[in-house]
Every structure is written in structure tokens, then in C-alpha cells.
Design a protein around this ligand. Structure first.
Ligand code: ACM
Ligand code: ZN
Length: 543
């Protein structure tokens, strides 16, 4: 195999990453546990030998270069484990091999004295590292950390592997968003869909419109209990928060270092009550409004007047500056047409543009935004309602109301991310057992997530290429804190990871459960809350 010399700066970066990841993970090695890699790699050959991590001082060539990166955090992590970074790390080698054409493929080879990761890209090297971390095991007799010698050749089935987080219904600080990104990286997701604006709160600083966060980020109180329980009761507590642009830049860089692209979602034309509370002149009625204190879908949405587009384009300008990824998600879901039907300005927009009705007005709205984004070199992505009244020419569709929207969009040769409510909504219950914390409803057990295929069998094979992958959504109406988010994503995100990465031939539910048992020890080490009784749920009849 041809291996090109690896760019030196990148080498240092990878070594830094290795230890940024490795050192906390060393403590997560399990006593004499089986090899438990999630998502399952494409090809794996296990050999009858070991690489001993705790010997690496003698494995390593006696180099004396100072540890690169200069991060005190890394020093601390290393030293806490009795590892002195001054020995050098020549036992761990990274190679870029341009003959590995798949942008996310990697080869991991572990031999008794050398660990080598080869990939066509930095992204592939990161995945090799992630797999390597999951091989580290503790010998139950000697306590020694080792990895079995092996050869893995791996690449994902789908190019889009996403997890979403709603930070509007409940707000989560940067520290947790970073942890969430760590979880994604550990399971080889490559996209974090950050749902940043809603009726209940606007969470991203926009310098040109400070009232979005001065007013729109704060609601006066929050519904207690389930929405369907009447009469509604409220907690009387002012609630909110937002991310400064500096924090967002920090999170974007943090994600990029871990191979994760962030798709920001700025909702329009609906789910806009927080923005309208700050700028009521952008509504059809003029308000006044307040950020919503309960869940649901609200009639007051952006008016289709010119000022709305000026505002949204300015907002998008700042969003584009902050997020370097190609995609900008503009929502597009659940936009009632009640106000538009009564608004003289909106009715005039319909007339003057020769539109048939308010559904075509929604399509006109989205297409106008799409032209703006495309002119800035970005691509629009929206929930499947953007199909109503005609799909914007370049749009990517996120199919959430089942797979129908995705099928329709794919058959029109549009890219599709599959995220049907069943089984991709992780705000639904994962268990029918007693004592589950309050959730929105539904039942999406682990086994359903595992058994799911993002490519619906009814899709004409000619259009399969348009299904880019899938995503799990984490709406937080009923997740008031970090522990609740963790409980709802673990273990289901591990199943989603394997569904999106591993080819069907390598997927086997009983085997997955065995590997998952090992991963729960890692989650214990991380201190995350998770649903532990997944083995008590019904086993599916198909794998
Ligand atoms: C959605 O769940 N409203 C996309
Ligand atoms: Zn209007």
C-alpha cells in the first residue's frame, strides 16, 4: 500500500487528539470484557496477540520532544494516569493514503508494538482513533490495559449520520452541548443539528437584532406536567438563556476537531413567536407577543412582508458567518396559515405573485430564502412541509412525518435525510416498563431503532442514492435537564449509530446487545444517566 508522508502539523494535531481522547478513555477500559465496537466495523480480523498500553513507555522510541498542543488540560489528564508525555508516541502512527477514496474510510492495524491508522482524510483518521479507543480493555488479572491485535477496514454505509438537539424548549449550556458532541463523536456521527430558535426561546445572539436575545430568549414561566393534562399549570419561574457568538464559534471549532459538522436551524415561517415577541412588526397582526410558556403550534408566524425578508436575510448573514458547513436548516414545519389568510399584506403577496393559496405562499417564502442561501454558497434544508406548494429547486428534505415526504422528495431527485417519528424521535418513550419519566408520548424502543432502515423498501432503487442517511431528533419539551436528555439518548443513540454506519450484513441485534452491555460501563465512567433495562423490552422478531 502506498502511504504518503503525513503533513507534520496534522500529525501533531492527531497526536494531540489521540491523547485528548485516549487518556479519559483509558479509565473506561473494562475488566476482561469482549471486544465491543459500536458501530460494528465493516471488516475485522482479530489476531492472537496484544498491544499493551501500560507498557507503552518501553514500546515507544525514546524521543524527547515536548508534548504538542501545549494544553494544560492534556498534561493534567496524562499525569493523573501516571503517563509522562515526554517519552514520545512513535508507537501510534497515522498515515494519509490517497488511494482510500471514501472520505470517511480508515484502516486500523494493531500489532504487539505498533498501532497504525491509515485513512484518506483527517475524518477517517478520527474514526480510526475512535475505534482504537473502543478496543482498550483491562486485563482482569494483571490490571494491564491492552488492545487485541487486529486489522479493521471500515467505512460508513451512509454519508449523513445525525443527531439533533432542541435547546429552545429547554436550554442547555455550552458545557453540555460539548458533551453531547463528544457522545456523537464516540459513535461516529458526523452531523449535529442544533435547533436554535423556537416559539419558547431564541437561543443565538444576532448582533444586528439584540432584542432577539434580550427579549426572545426569556419566557415568563413554563408549563408543568403534560400538555394534555388540564387545567394547564405553570411554574411561575422566568426561564431562558442563549449562546453568544463567541460561544457558538467555540462550539463549532470543538465540533470540527471531533469530525462533526453543525447544521444550525433557524425556524421560519412558523415556530417564530420568540422572534415576534422581540420584533412584533414582523407579524401579520403587530402583536404584542410573548415567548410561549407552553408547547404546541402557534398561529402567529412571520408575515410575508418585505421587512421579514430583510430581517431574515440579516439574521442568516450572521448565521452563515458563524457556521462554515454547507447546510442551513430553515425549519419550515408546522406553519399555520390562519394569519396569512386574514392578512392584507400576505393576500397581496399571493395575488401579485400569481400564487394559488397560502400553501403556495409558504413554498414561495422558502424558495425566496433558498435563493438567498444559494447565492451565498449554502444549501437549504427543511422539514418535509417544504414540499407543500412545491419544493424549492435545490432543497434537501428532512422527512419527519413518516417517510412519505422523503420518498416524494427522493423521487424528485432531491436529497433526503430520513428521520421519521417512528423510530427516530427520541423524545418518545423507550420503554413500557413502570416508572419511566414523563415523555411526550409514543413508543420507540431500542430494538425499533436498531431494526430501522433509512431506505424504505418501497423506494425505487433508481432513487436510493438520494437518501443521504438518517437522524435522531431530541425535542426537549419533556427534558428539563441534562440527565433527562442523556436518559433519552442512551442507549438509543448507539443503535442509531450502528443503523447508519454498519451494513445490514454486519448488524445483529443480540450481538449488539452484548456489545451494548460493555458500553454501559463506559457510560458509567462518563457519569451519564441511561436507560439500563433495555434487555427487559420485547425482542423484535426481525433483526
Ligand atoms: C417537527 O417535529 N416539528 C419537525
Ligand atoms: Zn401577513
Amino acid at each position: 500500500m502506498m502511504t504518503a508522508p503525513f503533513d507534520r502539523r496534522l500529525t501533531w494535531f492527531m497526536i494531540f487528539m489521540a491523547f485528548a481522547f485516549l487518556t479519559p478513555m483509558c479509565s473506561q477500559a473494562q475488566d476482561g470484557q469482549r471486544l465491543a465496537i459500536i458501530p460494528a466495523p465493516q471488516q475485522i480480523t482479530i489476531k492472537d496477540d496484544r498491544f499493551a498500553w501500560t507498557d507503552f513507555g518501553t514500546n515507544a522510541a525514546p524521543e524527547t520532544r515536548a508534548f504538542p498542543g501545549g494544553s494544560p488540560w492534556v498534561y493534567t489528564q496524562l499525569q493523573e494516569r501516571g503517563i509522562e508525555p515526554l517519552h514520545g508516541f512513535s508507537f501510534l502512527q497515522f498515515h494519509i493514503d490517497s488511494s482510500l477514496v471514501h472520505p470517511e474510510a480508515y484502516i486500523l492495524e494493531i500489532t504487539p508494538r505498533l498501532v497504525e491508522i491509515t485513512a484518506g482524510s483527517r475524518q477517517g483518521l478520527l474514526y480510526g482513533m475512535t475505534t482504537l479507543l473502543q478496543t482498550i480493555t483491562k486485563d482482569s488479572l494483571s490490571g494491564q490495559l491492552y488492545s487485541p491485535c487486529l486489522l479493521i477496514r471500515d467505512q460508513p454505509r451512509f454519508p449523513y449520520r445525525g443527531m439533533h438537539l432542541d435547546v429552545c424548549r429547554h436550554f442547555f449550556p455550552v458545557s453540555f452541548v460539548k458533551e453531547y458532541i463528544d457522545y456523537l463523536a464516540f459513535y461516529k456521527f458526523n452531523t449535529f443539528h442544533w435547533h436554535l430558535t423556537e416559539d419558547q426561546g431564541w437561543r443565538i445572539e444576532i448582533k444586528r437584532y439584540p432584542k432577539l436575545t434580550d427579549i426572545g430568549a426569556w419566557r415568563s414561566e413554563t408549563l408543568i406536567g403534560h400538555y394534555r393534562d388540564h387545567p394547564h399549570q405553570f411554574d411561575g419561574q422566568r426561564y431562558g438563556g442563549y449562546y453568544t457568538q463567541e460561544e457558538i464559534r467555540d462550539v463549532v471549532a470543538y465540533a470540527r476537531d471531533r469530525g462533526i459538522t453543525i447544521i444550525p436551524e433557524i425556524e421560519m415561517p412558523g415556530h417564530a413567536l420568540a422572534a415576534l415577541s422581540a420584533y412584533p412588526e414582523l407579524s401579520c397582526t403587530g402583536g404584542p407577543f410573548e415567548p410561549a410558556t407552553k408547547w404546541g403550534v402557534f398561529d402567529d408566524v412571520y408575515c410575508t412582508k418585505e421587512e421579514t425578508f430583510t430581517f431574515l436575510q440579516h439574521v442568516l448573514d450572521e448565521v452563515i458567518e458563524l457556521f462554515p458547513g454547507t447546510y442551513i436548516h430553515i425549519g419550515g414545519d408546522e406553519c399555520p396559515k390562519t394569519r396569512w389568510a386574514e392578512c392584507p399584506v400576505c393576500q397581496e403577496t399571493i395575488r401579485s405573485n400569481g400564487l394559488a393559496d397560502e400553501h403556495e405562499l409558504q413554498s414561495w417564502f422558502i424558495q425566496r430564502i433558498e435563493r438567498y442561501l444559494n447565492a451565498k454558497g449554502r444549501r437549504l434544508i427543511g422539514w418535509d412541509e417544504i414540499l407543500e406548494g412545491g419544493l424549492a429547486p435545490e432543497a434537501t428534505v428532512m422527512s419527519w412525518r413518516g417517510v412519505q415526504g422523503g420518498l416524494e422528495a427522493a423521487s424528485q431527485s432531491h436529497d433526503v435525510i430520513m428521520t421519521p417519528g417512528k423510530p427516530c424521535y427520541f423524545d418518545h418513550y423507550q420503554s413500557t416498563q413502570e416508572g419511566q419519566p414523563l415523555a411526550i408520548g409514543g413508543y420507540n424502543p431500542l430494538s425499533d431503532v436498531y431494526a430501522w432502515d433509512p431506505v424504505p423498501p418501497s423506494l425505487d432503487p433508481a432513487f436510493t442514492q438520494y437518501i443521504l442517511g438518517g437522524q435522531a431528533n431530541v425535542w426537549t419539551e419533556y427534558m428539563p435537564d441534562e440527565q433527562q436528555v442523556e436518559y433519552m439518548i442512551f442507549p438509543r443513540m448507539a443503535a442509531m449509530a450502528e443503523t447508519l454506519w454498519s451494513v445490514p450484513a454486519n448488524r445483529d441485534y443480540p450481538d449488539f446487545l452484548d456489545r451494548l452491555d460493555v458500553h454501559t460501563h463506559t457510560w458509567d465512567q462518563w457519569g451519564v444517566r441511561y436507560f439500563a433495562s433495555y434487555r427487559q423490552e420485547p425482542i423484535p422478531t426481525t433483526k
